[in-house]
Design a protein around this ligand. Structure first.
Ligand code: THG
Length: 266
């Protein structure tokens, strides 16, 4: 079944930033519970937005969230030192978000990940920047999978993020990432595909309809996880329905359950 990584605990969101600054544990606990109830299978935790406070904010968030977390956490930081500290604090095996091919980040992440039992998001980003073609995305994914395999991270524990780019600047950006996902899944049937989706609609009006249509196309190509807001009931209903239509929901059980509990409505 599709894995939903709940994105809401991120200090780039104004209300979360205020709650973290005020050490308002009730706000954070309530938000995490809502994401879990809505079907999040991981909770992403990103404390990067208050410059100079990431370490103490991440520690406080983990101390606050862990006692009520029923699902594992996705530890989200570009800073390997923060990820290492956070990894040592969590009880359930986490997902690390992320490693990339940017040299400094890659070189710092590899010794830390060596031999670890965890899931890893691998961003198709390198020092040249965002990928420029589906072959470029595939090439980066191949390098990341090969390098992670070498240090004992199995392909089934790797979540490739192909990096969705705005369609408003280049109308081929949708097909580019869809083709890349198909090619990555053909090369590595066991690998997972995840990522944020909202970049696709950057610069356009009515972004949610674009995002939730795009996720169903990405699911057909092989995306089996995404970093989204699980409280957006329309995108969740699209994901549940697409999962059923793609044959990932035996006897339509989850779809039927969703229609009965009111989480899926036409
Ligand atoms: N790939 C990976 N990790 C990621 C991303 C990705 N982590 C961060 C991000 N992208 C996904 N997380 C979020 C979290 C919150 C929001 C968007 C993405 C969000 N943004 C509002 C906005 O931009 O309008 C903020 C508004 C507010 O202040 O509340 O909600 O792609 N591997």
């Amino acid at each position: 079944m599709f894995e939903v990584i709940g994105e809401r605990i991120n200090t780039s969101r104004k209300l979360v930033q205020a709650a973290v600054a005020d050490r308002d544990a009730d706000y954070i606990i309530d938000d995490v519970k809502k994401q879990q109830d809505a079907g999040a299978t991981y909770i992403d935790v990103n404390a990067g937005a208050r410059i100079g406070h990431e370490e103490e904010d991440m520690k406080w968030l983990l101390d606050t969230i862990q006692p009520i977390a029923t699902v594992p956490l996705t530890l989200d930081s570009p800073d390997p030192a923060i990820l290492e500290m956070a990894f040592a604090m969590v009880e359930k095996t986490p997902m690390i978000n992320s490693i990339s091919l940017e040299k400094e980040r890659f070189d710092a992440m590899m010794p830390f990940l060596d031999g670890k039992d965890c899931k890893v998001i691998a961003l198709c980003m390198d020092d040249a920047g965002m990928p420029s073609s589906s072959d470029d995305i595939l090439g980066r994914a191949k390098t990341l999978v090969a390098e992670l395999n070498k240090i004992g991270i199995g392909t089934a524990n790797i979540y490739v993020d192909p990096l969705v780019q705005p369609i408003s600047t280049d109308s081929s950006k949708g097909v580019m990432v869809l083709d890349a996902v198909r090619a990555i899944k053909a090369e590595f049937p066991e690998v997972h595909i995840t990522g944020g989706l909202s970049n696709i609609s950057y610069g356009l009006p009515q972004r949610h309809i674009i995002n939730r249509t795009f996720v169903t196309l990405m699911m057909d190509a092989g995306m089996d996880s995404a970093i989204i807001d699980p409280l957006d009931s329309k995108i969740m209903a699209s994901i549940r329905t697409a999962d059923m239509l793609l044959g990932h929901d035996q006897f339509c059980m989850n779809y039927l359950k969703g229609t009965r509990d009111g989480s899926i409505v036409s």
